[in-house]
Design a protein around this ligand. Structure first.
Ligand code: UDP
Length: 242
């Protein structure tokens, strides 16, 4: 990485650097893995590169399908160039199958198919542990107006349709995922952040006995082992498909 670039922000999994064009940024993917709001931490060599490559392929697929995103192109294997956006401090989770926090916080059984899919919106705030919001709380917080919230929800449903099929083609079941959106300097809402096994639950459909084989961050969360192998497998399947 060019040492002259100014670091604008460092998050848990990525660093954001300034670009010579002030409307763009460079996003570098780190090898760090965190879970449970960074209570659990580890480093996996090659994770940054895999997430960057997987994300870039998914952004390219979404852009081809008319989803506006911040993605502009790869800079190298572990960094991408993106439009600079003002991130909306909401984590938009879409669930096709009940799992994770939904089942911990309610009596809903893991594995229940959610039709239509469920959208859960959380406040992006590590100090508060990303609390689940309600429509009224979002209004009260004045984070976003109703029209933009509807737009983001509709876009999330469209993205889900596209991604479900994309992953189905490479024998993966898209259980749930988290998206972040932001405003460009022109005020357009675009998809930001990343789409990778760090923020999607992906179950292997190559299992014929009905067992759940996670090829995502649950391997780290639940100490299942084979973490990098799972991410590499996803990257390999995407590359063989495209
Ligand atoms: N997720 C994420 N970042 C978060 C919380 C959740 O990317 O801070 C993703 C997670 O990987 C999963 C989906 O959102 O694909 C739903 O996660 P859930 O609410 O079930 O939380 P978990 O129990 O995984 O912490």
């Amino acid at each position: 990485m060019n040492s002259k670039l100014d670091l604008i922000y460092e998050g848990k999994a990525k660093k954001i650097f300034a670009h010579e064009d002030s409307d763009k940024v460079i996003i570098e993917f780190k090898d760090d893995a965190t879970a449970f709001n960074a209570l659990k931490k580890a480093k996996f060599e090659g994770k940054g590169e895999l997430n960057c490559l997987i994300s870039s392929k998914i952004f390219e697929f979404l852009i081809k399908n008319k989803i506006p995103t911040h993605y502009l192109g790869l800079k190298n294997n572990n960094s991408m160039i993106a439009q600079k956006i003002n991130i909306i401090p909401l984590e938009v989770v879409l669930r096709n199958i009940a799992y994770g926090s939904l089942c911990k916080q309610t009596t809903i059984q893991p594995g229940l198919v959610l039709e239509p899919p469920l959208i859960d919106i959380y406040l992006k705030n590590d100090n508060l542990n990303d609390p689940l919001l309600t429509k009224d709380r979002i209004k009260l917080l004045k984070i976003i107006n109703n029209e933009d919230l509807e737009y983001i929800s509709d876009m999330t449903l469209r993205i889900n349709k596209l991604l479900k099929e994309f992953f189905y083609n490479i024998k993966l079941n898209l259980v749930d995922f988290k998206l972040e959106f932001g405003y460009t300097s022109k005020g357009q809402i675009v998809l930001g952040d990343e789409i990778s096994p760090d923020n999607c639950r992906l179950w292997d459909l190559n299992q014929n006995n009905g067992t759940i084989v996670s090829l995502d961050k649950d391997r780290f969360r639940n100490d299942l082992g084979g973490f990098i192998e799972a991410y590499s497998e996803i990257n390999k399947r995407i590359n063989n498909f495209i």
